[in-house]
Design a protein around this ligand. Structure first.
Ligand SMILES: Cc1cc2nc3c(=O)[nH]c(=O)nc-3n(C[C@H](O)[C@H](O)[C@H](O)COP(=O)(O)OP(=O)(O)OC[C@H]3O[C@@H](n4cnc5c(N)ncnc54)[C@H](O)[C@@H]3O)c2cc1C
Length: 416
């Protein structure tokens, strides 16, 4: 039995990688966290941080949530405004009953700030060696020594006993080693821009999801940011983008300039930076996320919610569970697939019901008439609105959507 501590290499210092390293440190395990960027760095994203994100931040350190809440780089958000293809507006608080005095369940914070805040926590942790500006290009496995060789762009090589791939949507480890491919029907493209002076922003900082025909089954979003700015973007599934030969950037600009819902709101708005595009690997398909001496976490594990596009929460949940699995491997002194399987089972238990349900909701959004009908009925029924609100924090309630009786009740107006 080996007596030296194993070298754990975490590639990528986004939310998945930082959570893995911070939770490992909390459990007394050293790690090396490496990133090609120098922080603070931008990440193309809607910047919406759900209750799931806050839950993991709280688990990493009970004091951090209050620290983050008081940050001037974040705005608290109390819910979501859904606008259906024909314009029905459904305001769903994250909790069925709430007051603006209580801490907000969700936040919007530019990723350049949020990710830097996390990386600063990493840098204060003596058990984590944080290496920036170093890109891993290629991985080989040394069978004889049972170690990974991670070859870097600068010519250097890092040797590790175990790798957690947290290198995001374009992960080379995921493709090269785990053999997972990006399939257009399980992948989305999103673009993001920052604007100033968008009119009629929501008074309670609800995030806005507009299901306009041009992007179905994806959506156009407007999320409030500090200092009068807004994160504005749109996402669409890659197969639709290809089939309909859509130029996402042109379509986005046209919707802002011409759509009756937006043209007035954006009349005096200024673009703060360029529009940027990035991929979202969706969790609408089950995949193998573990192997001999490795785990995949976050976007490298393709865990983004296919309906909402939310991926930061799942990235942090998977990072947290990756750390728990590594501790289990160390305790067993066994890093083989037999033991890393624990990670697969935990992720399935925690996320698969929710991801499957969101895949169904994504399909619903592809039938505008049915989608309009569901939104219209929900707007009219307090019981139904409360049910949908409750779905944000209770996946068992969300599971109601899978039951055909839910739609029968909806159709025959048994919800009051
Ligand atoms: C347009 C758009 C909008 C989105 N909106 C939201 C939203 O509002 N809310 C939400 O929850 N999610 C949203 N998402 C999803 C969210 O951005 C991701 O799910 C989340 O960033 C995943 O975190 P991660 O740590 O897995 O990866 P990332 O945040 O991508 O971090 C990966 C890190 O790995 C580093 N890296 C990559 N390759 C290498 C390499 N070879 N060597 C070393 N380092 C490397 C990168 O520099 C990066 O720092 C959105 C995504 C997009 C594209």
């Amino acid at each position: 039995m080996s007596t030296t501590a194993p070298t754990i290499l975490i590639v990528g210092a986004g939310p998945a990688g930082c959570t893995t390293a911070l939770h490992l440190a909390k459990l007394g395990v050293k790690s090396i966290l490496i990133d090609k960027a120098v922080f603070p760095r931008d990440k193309i994203c809607g910047d919406a941080l759900s209750g799931k994100v806050m839950d993991i931040v709280r688990k990493l350190h009970p004091d951090w949530i209050a620290e983050f809440q008081s940050s001037s780089n974040a705005v608290g958000s109390y819910g979501i405004l859904f606008v259906s293809p024909s314009g029905y507006r459904l305001r769903l608080p994250f909790k069925p009953s709430y007051t603006a005095e209580e801490p907000a369940p969700g936040f919007v914070s530019k990723r350049i700030d949020f990710d830097d805040w996390l990386v600063n926590k990493v840098k204060q942790e003596p058990l984590i060696q944080c290496i920036e500006n170093t890109e891993v290009r290629h991985y080989t496995f040394d069978e004889e020594n049972q170690t990974w060789q991670a070859q870097c762009k600068d010519g250097g090589t890092l040797t590790a006993d175990f790798i957690v791939a947290c290198d995001g949507a374009y992960s080379s480890f995921t493709k090269e080693v785990a053999g997972l491919i990006t399939e257009p029907q399980h992948n989305c493209f999103g673009l993001r821009s920052y604007y100033r002076n968008v009119k009629n922003m929501d008074k309670e900082n609800f995030i806005e999801l507009h299901f306009v025909d041009d992007f179905l089954p994806g959506y156009f979003w407007i999320f409030p940011l500090p200092n009068g700015e807004a994160n504005v973007g749109a996402g669409i599934r890659a197969d639709y983008l290809q089939q309909k030969n859509i130029n996402l950037k042109k379509q986005f600009e046209r919707v802002i300039a011409e759509h009756p819902e937006f043209k007035e709101r954006f009349k005096d708005a200024e673009v703060v930076n360029d529009i940027k595009l990035f991929g979202l690997p969706l969790g609408s398909k089950a995949r193998k996320l573990h192997g001999h001496r490795y785990l995949l976490a976050g976007d490298a594990a393709m865990l983004i919610d296919p309906f909402t596009g939310e991926g930061i929460g799942n990235a942090m949940i998977s990072g947290f569970e990756a750390a728990n699995t590594i501790v289990h491997c160390i305790a067993q002194n066994d890093f083989t697939e037999k033991i890393t399987l624990q990670y697969q089972s935990t992720i399935e238990r925690k996320l698969s019901a929710e991801l499957k349900l969101s895949a169904k909701l994504q399909q619903l959004a592809n039938y505008p008439r049915l989608f309009n009908f569901v939104v219209k009925r929900t707007v009219k029924s307090k019981a139904l609105s409360d049910t949908f609100s409750a779905m944000f924090y209770d996946v068992n309630i969300r599971a109601k959507l899978k039951n055909p009786m839910f739609y029968v009740e909806l159709l025959f107006s048994t919800f009051k």
